[in-house]
Write a new protein. Structure first.
Length: 209
């Protein structure tokens, strides 16, 4: 289930207002710039970090950090970038762990929301291997309501593949979704919804929890 157009709109309006507040702490201001790009922004930023992490140690330097932000169209003052980077680079090694950075950047979520996201992923991950595949989706996610299926342009398998590829980076279509990617996406959706009650209703209706 993707975010609705209303949720996308509400998220962008909320964080476009926040990002111009000069009194926000650096991390909160950067979060506002990222989330003003939409519900998929955290997940897409994670994909960019992974792509530039050529030695797979989950660490990037300041220039790579800046480049990833700019690649996603996130243009924030360098002083904000530097303050956020230095706060995470606690050993002053000149690099930061981008997994830890993304955890810090996520908007706060209640335990009830985290539990719902985990429940939804567990329902999709029928094999229990921590990865959602096209075979896992069959019978859980109905692709037959997709406009391109209804028009005859796509098969149901193509609809499922497109849904999964939405969790990957723009150059890495693995056809699979890991929990971290699923959670990052729903962190963005959660940021567009003010009340736990509505988030609960939305998730239960979407995934029949």
């Amino acid at each position: 289930m993707a975010a609705t157009a209303r949720q996308e709109h509400d998220l962008k309006v909320k964080y476009n207002k926040l990002k111009i507040d000069p009194n926000l702490p650096a991390l909160e201001r950067l979060r506002a710039f990222v989330l003003s790009k939409g519900t998929r922004s955290l997940k897409q930023l994670n994909s960019i970090f992974k792509r530039i992490d050529v030695n797979k140690d989950h660490k990037i330097d300041f220039q790579e950090f800046q480049g990833a932000l700019k690649h996603e169209g996130i243009f924030v003052d360098e002083s904000v970038e530097r303050e956020c980077f230095d706060a995470m680079d606690q050993d002053r090694s000149g690099v930061l762990n981008f997994d830890e950075f993304l955890v810090a950047l996520r908007p706060p979520m209640s335990n009830s929301r985290k539990n719902l996201i985990q429940q939804a992923f567990n329902k999709l991950d029928k094999s229990g291997d921590g990865v959602v595949t096209k075979e896992d989706l069959k019978g859980v996610y109905c692709g037959k309501k997709h406009p391109k299926y209804l028009s005859g342009e796509w098969t149901e398998d193509q609809v499922l593949e497109e849904w999964l590829n939405g969790f990957n980076g723009p150059t890495n279509f693995s056809g699979k979704a890991k929990y971290e990617e699923f959670e990052l996406y729903y962190c963005g959706v959660s940021a567009s919804i003010d009340t736990d009650a509505y988030f609960d209703l939305m998730m239960r209706q979407a995934w029949k929890l």
